[in-house]
Design a protein around this ligand. Structure first.
Ligand code: SAM
Length: 216
């Protein structure tokens, strides 16, 4: 890696460490070269703490939000994880590192993004990740239940279809709100129903589908 980018990476992770106190997650993020998940024109920005365009009107999320969401999943390393919204594949690569004995199924509705992400994840040897093209249902009921679900696009509500795909005791982190602004929430499925924690404001591209937003 050239010097400038190395310095920016150190600055980024020093800053993340002031707010995120989950070393396991931060170390996994440090191992994944974010520049490989960003199109060449944005590569010089790979270690800025900002979301960046990845084509098709979509984005790779801001590192701080990725660190926050991943730490809130509280992974042990053996879970079966569903990600809705593969995008660049960066979040899936971080999950792959944290799941020494687990698996990630990541779904993307835009086929060119799914293909590029699968190629990048393959090139990094992320063998416990499957990238799959999403249909208009949310999630993958045929592969459920999942211990953990991470949704990386903004939903109008907590989707019942995804709640149904979660194992008892399972966790989900999902942005919920309008098409423009959301609150990041963490949901834990209990024997009586579920509990919800609000983690803070965020801004994601919309989650599109039958139990979410219409395309336009
Ligand atoms: N996690 C990604 C990363 O690490 O680069 C960032 C995801 S980007 C903010 C949101 C993605 O969700 C977009 O690529 C979008 O096409 C996808 N998306 C939106 N609705 C979806 C759905 N119902 N199923 C699967 N993917 C969806």
């Amino acid at each position: 890696m050239e010097g400038g980018m190395g310095r920016e990476k150190r600055v980024l992770f020093n800053n993340l460490r002031k707010e995120i106190h989950d070393e396991k997650v931060l170390r996994a993020m440090e191992k994944v070269p974010r520049e490989l998940f960003v199109p060449s024109e944005g590569r010089h920005m790979a270690y800025k703490d900002v979301a960046l365009p990845i084509g098709n009107g979509q984005t790779i999320s801001q590192p701080y939000i990725i660190a926050l969401m991943t730490s809130m999943l509280e992974l042990r390393g053996d879970e079966k994880v569903l990600e809705v919204g593969t995008g660049s594949g960066y979040q899936a690569a971080i999950l792959s590192h944290l799941l020494a004995r687990g698996t990630v199924l990541t779904l993307e509705r835009i086929s060119s993004l799914a293909r590029t992400a699968a190629t990048t994840l393959d090139s990094l040897g992320c063998k416990n990740v499957e990238v799959r093209l999403a249909d208009d249902r949310l999630g993958a009921p045929e592969d459920s239940p999942f211990n953990t679900i991470i949704v990386t696009a903004g939903s109008p509500k907590l989707p019942q279809s995804l709640m149904a795909q979660m194992a008892a005791g399972g966790r989900m982190v999902i942005p919920v709100g309008t098409r423009m602004e959301q609150e990041l929430i963490r949901v834990v499925k209990t024997s009586e129903g579920h509990t919800v924690n609000v983690l803070g404001p965020c801004r994601f591209v919309p989650l599109i589908g039958r139990d979410a937003w219409p395309e336009k």
